[in-house]
Design a protein around this ligand. Structure first.
Ligand code: HPA
Length: 274
């Protein structure tokens, strides 16, 4: 279903009442197994997705289903502990919905994270990839339907979805921490099945470095409404066909857990620098 501006306003209004004057600057969308960052939020205020009109329920493992507002490394954040995916049966507009609500709450920057399969054979499981661009060929857009002018142009530019100045900040933060940062293009596949080896090979030929089932809906909505985006991928596994063995959902969550300290220190350093 296509939402109207008043729907977003309604959701933002309910949240504003709950957070009583708190003004988030940064939206943090946490991927599979990465919601633990919520534990570091100071003076947290929780708003369950169930209590917000038009928010969906997160059904994916490792996704808790609530907004956490508070301070994280000195920044005022709105952290999504659990996100929505199209494979849960939600439309791509549903998945991007919280980003537009965040815009109405005053958010200027989004840090969007995910776990994904590495397509680039020089990467290793556990690597962190800075997203420099994305691809999404075969699925709807979150902007489909009547354009809501308040959120931006009908035909928004997508050549700078991932903010270039912030990319530089991430590179410097990684150097400071001694983290070997990968960079590349994230390609969206709707899932929930993992890709076939043939799809992964095609993705590689097309220029993708990682494949995953999230992030792009949120990034498109953020790009349209002028939220500056930082995208970080945790390469939880080599994508199908690279190692010649089957993939499992458990290994994705286990890898996310194992890389958690490195990932959270990078996010902390980024937050301090933006
Ligand atoms: N493919 C798609 N999504 C994923 C993967 C993958 O290999 N790993 C974690 N999320």
């Amino acid at each position: 279903m296509a939402y109207e501006y008043k729907d977003y306003l309604g959701s933002a209004g309910v949240i504003k009442e709950r957070i009583k004057g708190f003004k988030p600057e940064i939206l943090m969308v946490m991927g599979s197994g990465l919601g633990f960052m919520a534990d570091y939020v100071e003076n947290p205020k929780y708003v369950g997705y169930k209590s917000i009109p038009n928010f969906k329920v997160s059904t994916a493992p490792g996704h808790r289903g609530r907004l956490v507002f508070g301070e994280l490394y000195g920044k005022k954040v709105m952290l999504m502990q659990g996100r929505f995916h199209t494979y849960e049966g939600y439309s791509i507009a549903d998945v991007a919905y919280p980003v537009r609500v965040a815009k109405l709450l005053g958010v200027k920057t989004m840090i969007v994270t995910n776990a994904a399969g590495a397509v680039n054979t020089s990467f290793n499981p556990g690597d962190i990839m800075l997203i420099t661009d994305h691809m999404k060929f075969f699925f709807d857009s979150p902007l489909t339907g009547p354009n809501i002018e308040e959120f931006g142009d009908r035909f928004p530019d997508m050549s700078r979805v991932y903010d270039r100045d912030y990319q530089e900040v991430v590179r410097k933060a990684a150097i400071e921490l001694g983290i070997e940062l990968r960079e590349g293009v994230y390609m969206f596949f709707p899932g929930p099945q993992f890709e076939t080896p043939a799809e992964v090979m095609a993705a590689r030929i097309l220029g993708a470095d990682a494949v995953g089932m999230s992030t792009v809906p949120e990034a498109i909505a953020a790009g349209q409404c002028g939220i500056r985006t930082i995208g970080l991928t945790l390469c939880s596994n080599m994508a199908a066909g690279v190692l010649g063995r089957p993939l499992s959902g458990e290994e994705v969550n286990e890898a996310a857990e194992a890389a958690a300290p490195k990932f959270s220190s990078l996010v902390a350093e980024i937050l301090k620098r933006i």
